[in-house]
Design a protein around this ligand. Structure first.
Ligand code: COA
Length: 259
């Protein structure tokens, strides 16, 4: 099924819900309408007894380039109930197992959402980047807390401060993803993992997921809220305006005037 108002696809088969980000002409950049559609799909999956496993994916050459910077500039998020923050809360609270399948770039929220997935698989074309500082912004999705715990503080600092692309092999070494498959077999391999998970006893799967997350749950909502406030403050400031305008104008950002 395709959502008419946003290029997000949903499809249930054999108890696996596939949620696809399908806007390849804009490298699957996420608009407010798309965040709303993603939240709606996750919320519906929670209630749907036919769904045991959720698989999030992009298109063949791109997972997602993250927030749509043009949408961001025109309609900046207004507060914690903005579609992007609502989506982050929803994905962090999803009780059913979440898998991600990554090909091509996974930028910004494309990488931070993996911290809320239970299993993440990629092919050799996958690239991961957290360019929040490059954009004059700051981390979101509780990544300032979860990322150092996942990949280690030095690597997290490097990814967040330098904002460079990390290739698939490095992401595997960092533990950002579970396994790498070649692009010809990625989809079948991931579907086989999803099918295996869907055949497991569902209550036990959900319980185990919740126990694995229990240690962090008390902090996630507060950290997301704090990051969100700072993110919005930064978004209104000249550093972010310069970075976003530079991207939209296809030029290199100039941060030399700022102190
Ligand atoms: N927001 C809005 N538009 C975006 C976008 C984004 N995040 N990412 C890509 N696009 C658009 C480009 O403007 C371009 O549009 P056009 O064809 O109308 O000019 C189109 O998608 C293709 O992008 P392009 O940069 O040519 O693709 P690429 O394959 O060379 O590079 C990326 C892919 C993802 C590496 C690159 O597009 C990129 O860095 N995007 C910005 C990522 C970002 O900063 N995200 C925000 C994180 S908070």
């Amino acid at each position: 099924m395709t959502n008419d108002s946003a290029p997000i696809t949903t499809h249930v088969n054999d108890r696996i819900l596939r949620i696809g980000i399908a806007r390849p002409e804009k490298r699957n950049a996420l608009t407010m309408a798309m965040y709303d559609a993603l939240s709606a799909a996750l919320e519906a999956a929670e209630q749907d007894q036919q769904v045991r496993v959720i698989l999030l994916h992009g298109t063949a050459s791109c997972f997602t380039s993250g927030n749509d910077l043009s949408d961001f500039a025109k309609h900046p998020p207004q507060g914690e109930n903005s579609p992007v923050f609502r989506f982050l809360r929803t994905i962090s609270q999803t009780t059913k197992p979440l898998l991600a399948m990554v090909s091509g770039p996974a930028v910004g929220i494309g990488t931070t959402l993996l911290l809320h997935c239970d299993l993440a698989y990629a092919d050799e074309t996958a690239r991961f980047q957290l360019p929040f500082v490059n954009l004059g912004l700051c981390p979101e999705a509780a990544s300032s807390y979860l990322l150092p715990r996942r990949i280690g503080p030095q690597r997290a600092t490097e990814m967040l401060l330098l904002g460079e692309m990390v290739d698939a092999a490095t992401a595997l070494e960092y533990g950002l993803i579970n396994q790498l498959f070649d692009s010809a077999t990625l989809e079948n391999q991931v579907l086989a993992k999803a099918a295996r998970l869907a055949a497991q006893p569902p209550e036990s799967v959900r319980l185990t997921k919740s126990l694995l997350k229990a240690q962090h749950i008390p902090f996630i909502a507060d950290i997301m809220r704090k990051e969100g406030e700072l993110f919005l403050q930064q978004l209104a400031k000249p550093e972010a305006q310069e970075a976003i305008n530079a991207f939209l104008q296809g030029r290199k950002a100039d941060f030399s005037p700022f102190s």
